[in-house]
Ligand binder design. Structure first.
Ligand code: SIN
Length: 250
């Protein structure tokens, strides 16, 4: 297995493995790579739905998407298809389902069908975002919580969370789910939230992936935000996402 770092702050490409058949030591090396690089790209993976789910389960219990529970036989697998730009909900900097009291730790996305052009995804390191702030702002943010809302769920999470595996601090607000700081109004919160999401999505702390069919990308929602660019018109694009249930953010 070869791991090639993609940028100074985030991302690596892993070659020489098939995720459908990896032994324990390779799995541990993948985990180590993920804790270090936050996003891992695997090309040319032939994963069936069952293999995708099984690979996810190696990291822990799977997360059931709240919009699918009671509606789909497999609420652990989210199918993301092109339904037009006006209906997309992923073209915003976000961390998956952060409104959940125990939001997904990891997301594992596989490309089933990709458009001829466009449809890239970007990820940004929220370790690097936090580290880029002044010590004054870091101190101000550290005791705060923010409300994350959607799917009839509302959870107050720390604005700065400590990653349970690495012990590093990451900014944990996003443009998709975070509505306001606890104890503050929407209007009071908005300017600072906008500033944090803007700072947290700066290009020099981000990576951008051009998808090929059968790519698999794994990311750590506890320390990255991501953004799916809808620049492919009506062309078909189909992704399948499996997420791992995370812990209560601390
Ligand atoms: C997502 O936001 O989880 C999906 C990203 C993508 O479709 O590229």
């Amino acid at each position: 297995m070869k791991i090639e770092q993609l940028t100074v702050n985030i991302g690596a490409q892993v070659d020489g493995v098939q995720l459908s058949s990896i032994d324990e030591s390779t799995f541990e090396a993948i985990q180590e790579g993920l804790w270090k690089h936050q996003v891992l790209v695997f090309r040319d993976q032939k994963l069936s739905r069952e293999e995708h789910l099984s690979f996810g389960r190696r990291f822990g219990e799977l997360h059931k998407h709240p919009a699918l529970v009671g509606k789909r036989e497999h609420p652990e697998e989210l199918i993301i298809k092109n339904r037009g730009k006006s209906k997309t909900v992923t073209e915003v900097w976000h961390s998956d389902v952060s409104c959940d009291p125990r939001p997904p730790s990891l997301s594992i996305l596989r490309a089933v069908e990709v458009p001829e052009f466009g449809g890239d995804t970007l990820w940004a390191s929220q370790y690097a975002a936090f580290e880029s702030l002044s010590s004054g702002l870091r101190q101000f943010l550290s005791p705060l919580k923010a409300l994350h809302e959607n799917y009839d769920m509302s959870s107050a999470h720390p604005v700065v969370r400590v990653h349970p595996e690495t012990g590093r601090q990451a900014l944990y607000v996003n443009g998709g789910f975070t509505k306001h700081f606890e104890g503050m109004t929407h209007n009071e919160s908005e300017p600072l939230l906008n500033y944090l999401v803007q700072t947290g999505s700066a290009l020099d702390i981000s990576m951008r992936h051009r998808w090929r069919q059968n790519d698999v990308v794994i990311w750590d929602n506890r320390c990255v935000m991501h953004f799916a660019v809808h620049d492919y018109g009506d062309a078909p694009r189909e992704m399948r996402r499996v997420t791992v249930r995370g812990e209560v953010p601390r």
